[in-house]
Design a protein around this ligand. Structure first.
Ligand SMILES: NC(=O)c1ccc[n+]([C@@H]2O[C@H](COP(=O)([O-])OP(=O)(O)OC[C@H]3O[C@@H](n4cnc5c(N)ncnc54)[C@H](O)[C@@H]3O)[C@@H](O)[C@H]2O)c1
Length: 415
């Protein structure tokens, strides 16, 4: 952020905050004009994006962050001057005057922070993927079911205009029976520079990092700044590109078609391009079988980005095509768009449609729901189903075989 943009941003935030100084209702519930007070656990790369997003929602105040890396305290203060900082997330959950908590820690700690936040009586914005494993996903869903907390999963495409357009076309009945969905996601980096790789800063030392809290029960082989920064590359912390990116697209497809859990998963691929010691594959082909006459495929590579990412919903009466990234065959220009194309054999008079709905803020949707106690756009049930689908795929890859839902649910992961 430049100095000017930052000043404008802070001014906006101050105005937004000042407008909402009404006292809380006696019940402790949020009134329509109350300020919503929010804290965060895990203020790294994504967390700092979310800090800016939430501070920009009118009527909110960001009060505190917890992080195990001291560097994050200064970074968070650059975004929200005066914010309280803690090195133990439990101190944030102890704060009586906060209404909600945003969790943006690495995947392998999501479940702990999810369950403890709900137990502390706070509303929750939980980054995707909801959990690192299927047993954890079950535990989080159970905790959510037993509480009345408003929980938004960080699957922001569920709030997107393209999702709203596609949902409308589905409910208008112009897509027909869908038996196949194809999806893909692709990236590339300059030679010698691996996708996702972060160089640890000089201050990333054992003194400045709460390594044991980061490990969250994983075996301790001594402080490792590379693994701390690059947790995405290792199975004990991550689910690789399946839980980093497929999850957004799979949740979108599952939400659009109201899909139950997959019946089975197949995944092939390997570490073919990023030979830098990582464990998670860079090249992936997944097929998920769903019980109601449907297969969904997802393919991904980290060494070619020509086709960006997309989803094709193939129906008997029409196709929904969502694309983003380098999709224009002539110019190679990157653009997000959603289109509907009729299947002329079944809808001879049908016309093509381009979706135009705007994309509102997913974060603002959570804050609204905290006020009106409605269910947010990316609820726990979708977080749960998409997480199970992702873990089934990874399990298939790691066991080199087809995995059924029953097998996946019975599997107890080890570190
Ligand atoms: N929705 C999206 O589009 C999107 C985009 C990027 C990342 N994410 C998700 O956000 C999460 C974080 O990703 P990131 O790239 O910001 O990672 P990151 O490593 O940059 O940040 C994680 C932060 O958590 C802190 N942390 C680690 N252990 C902790 C603990 N026990 N208690 C408190 N803090 C702890 C780290 O110090 C770090 O600051 C991941 O789940 C990722 O999948 C979502």
């Amino acid at each position: 952020m430049t100095g000017n943009t930052r000043r404008a941003f802070l001014k906006e935030t101050a105005i937004a905050s000042a407008a909402f100084l009404a006292p809380r209702l006696a019940s402790g519930a949020l009134g329509a004009n109350d300020r919503v007070r929010v804290a965060m656990i895990g203020a790294g790369s994504r967390g700092q994006d979310l800090l800016k997003q939430v501070a920009g929602v009118p009527g909110t105040q960001v009060v505190a962050i917890a992080d195990v890396y001291t560097r994050r305290f200064d970074e968070a203060k650059q975004i929200v001057p005066g914010i309280q900082t803690f090195d133990d997330y439990r101190r944030v959950l102890d704060l009586k005057d906060i209404d909600g908590v945003i969790v943006a820690t690495p995947l392998h700690i999501h479940a702990r922070h999810f369950v403890d936040t709900v137990a502390a009586g706070k509303d929750l914005y939980a980054e995707k993927t909801m959990t690192w494993s299927i047993p954890e996903a079950e535990r989080c869903r159970e905790a959510a079911r037993k509480s009345d907390r408003v929980i938004q999963i960080g699957l922001q495409h569920q709030t997107g205009g393209p999702f709203a357009d596609a949902k409308k076309w589905m409910s208008d009945g112009i897509v027909g029976k869908v038996t196949q969905v194809d999806s893909w996601m692709s990236r590339n980096t300059p030679h010698g520079q691996g996708q996702w790789v972060r160089q640890p800063p000089a201050d990333c030392t054992a003194q400045n990092v709460g390594w044991t809290a980061f490990l969250n029960g994983r075996p301790d082989k001594g402080f490792d700044p590379y693994r701390f920064m690059n947790w995405r590359l290792f199975w004990m912390f991550s689910g690789g590109n399946v839980t980093e990116n497929m999850i957004h697209q799979m949740a979108w497809i599952m939400g659009l078609l109201d899909l139950p859990l997959p019946a089975a998963a197949y995944m092939s691929g390997g570490v073919f391009s990023e030979k830098d010691g990582r464990e998670v594959p860079d090249t992936i082909a997944i097929t998920l079988d769903f019980p109601n006459d449907l297969i969904v495929t997802w393919q991904s590579t980290f060494s070619n980005r020509r086709y960006g990412l997309g989803q094709k919903i193939l129906g008997s009466d029409g196709t929904i095509e969502y694309t983003a990234g380098a999709t224009d065959m002539v110019s190679g220009e990157s653009e997000e768009q959603i289109r509907y194309y009729p299947e002329k054999v079944n809808r001879p008079d049908g016309a093509a449609i381009t979706g135009k709905s705007p994309t509102p803020s997913h974060m603002a949707n959570w804050i609204d729901c905290m006020r009106n106690r409605k269910t947010p756009n990316a609820p726990v049930e979708l977080g749960y189903r998409s997480a199970v689908a992702a873990h089934m795929a990874n399990l298939s890859y790691r066991q080199k075989r087809r995995i059924t839902l029953a097998e996946a649910k019975a599997f107890q992961p080890e570190f």
